[in-house]
Design a protein around this ligand. Structure first.
Ligand SMILES: Cc1ncc(COP(=O)(O)O)c(C=O)c1O
Length: 331
């Protein structure tokens, strides 16, 4: 399978917001979209998106993971950017119809079909910097993706940055392009200078998240992660892992922690990144103020593996979906 995010199903689904109302969605051949050069999104970054997956079970059926929760997060992102908010039924229906159309292309485990709803402000008005886009386009892309761990990607190396933030207090929990643009420069710099995979943003010592995933501390009996606030993205994988950890008897501790505590913790316990792409990925090394230290012995820890397996077993239908996280999409 090709690089994540570069292969697409040959149709996508779109719906526009015009004159105060959402128009009926349609599935059309995947093609460039006409956009006015003055479109609000191109100048004032009125855009948000989602990312989640459909999985094929061994019996051939296809299921979307945490669809309603991702739609809700998209609605919150849209509202925070003053974009028209799509109704739950509109966006869920678009996703389900598209997956249904391409059900045969959902790859077998450990691959999956990645879904990317996107909302952009299309009002052609470069004078609208301080006004919302009253016109918008909502679309959903479908992209078959392979196993993140295929090819033997080992535990990750992170730069611990205790100065910079990934986002702002205002938009931290909004899934909007500008946040990724803000993280790009620091991440490229850190890759070039320290050979790391990601930057862990910890402004003022407060451990938050990386450019595209949440961060968890894991031991034999406890999982610690930052409590939900407006400074970071509220990951669905994070929420799912916390629920499964509690089911498995771990103490789940949503609390703030500092870089000092992280470094202390890492001497003997595990750390991991959570996100839709990789599920739960072990962290093996931390670079802080020029010093590189191993997380435990630098290898993938057993608790991280256990929790990842618990999540993926549900996604792939190998253990029961006791929390009602999966939406069946079958003809
Ligand atoms: C900044 C950021 N944090 C966290 C996450 C993890 O979110 P989720 O688990 O919903 O994929 C993502 C990925 O979407 C992200 O981009």
């Amino acid at each position: 399978m090709s690089t994540f995010g570069t292969t697409f199903c040959d149709s996508f689904v779109t719906a526009s917001f015009e004159q105060g109302a959402w128009q009926a969605p349609s599935i059309v051949p995947l093609a460039p979209i006409p956009i006015h050069p003055a479109a609000h999104v191109l100048h004032y970054a009125s855009t948000c998106f989602e990312g989640f997956k459909a999985y094929r079970w061994d019996d051939g059926k296809v299921y979307v993971f945490r669809l309603a929760d991702h739609v809700l997060r998209m609605q919150r992102s849209a509202a925070s950017l003053s974009l028209p908010v799509p109704e739950e039924s509109l966006l869920s229906g678009m996703v389900v119809d598209l997956v249904l159309r391409h059900a045969d292309e959902v790859p077998a485990p450990p691959s999956s079909l990645y879904l990317r709803p996107t909302l952009i402000g299309t009002l052609p008005n470069i004078g609208a910097a301080a006004a919302p886009s009253s016109e918008a386009l909502l679309f959903v892309l479908a992209s078959p993706v392979g196993d993140y761990f295929k090819g033997g990607a080992g535990p990750l190396k992170l730069l611990v940055d205790d100065a910079r933030a990934r986002s702002t207090e205002q938009l931290g929990s909004t899934k909007t392009g500008g946040n990724y643009a803000a993280a790009l420069g620091p991440t490229l710099e850190a890759k070039a200078e320290f050979g790391v995979d990601q930057v862990l943003f910890c402004p003022g010592g407060d451990v938050q998240e990386t450019g595209a995933s949440n961060f968890l501390l894991i031991s034999d009996d406890e999982v610690i992660t930052k409590p939900l606030d407006s400074s970071f993205l509220h990951g669905m994988t994070r929420a799912s892992i916390l629920t499964l950890a509690a089911d498995l008897g771990y103490r789940v501790n949503e609390r703030n922690f500092t870089v000092d505590e992280l470094l202390q913790w890492s001497k003997s316990h595990e750390a991991a990144l959570s996100g839709t792409a990789a599920a739960l990925a072990p962290v093996g090394q931390l670079v802080y103020r020029g010093n590189t230290t191993a997380v435990r012995d630098g290898t993938a820890g057993p608790n991280t593996e256990r929790l990842r397996k618990a999540l993926q077993d549900i996604q792939f239908g190998r253990s029961p979906d006791t929390h009602g996280w999966l939406t069946a999409v079958n003809p």
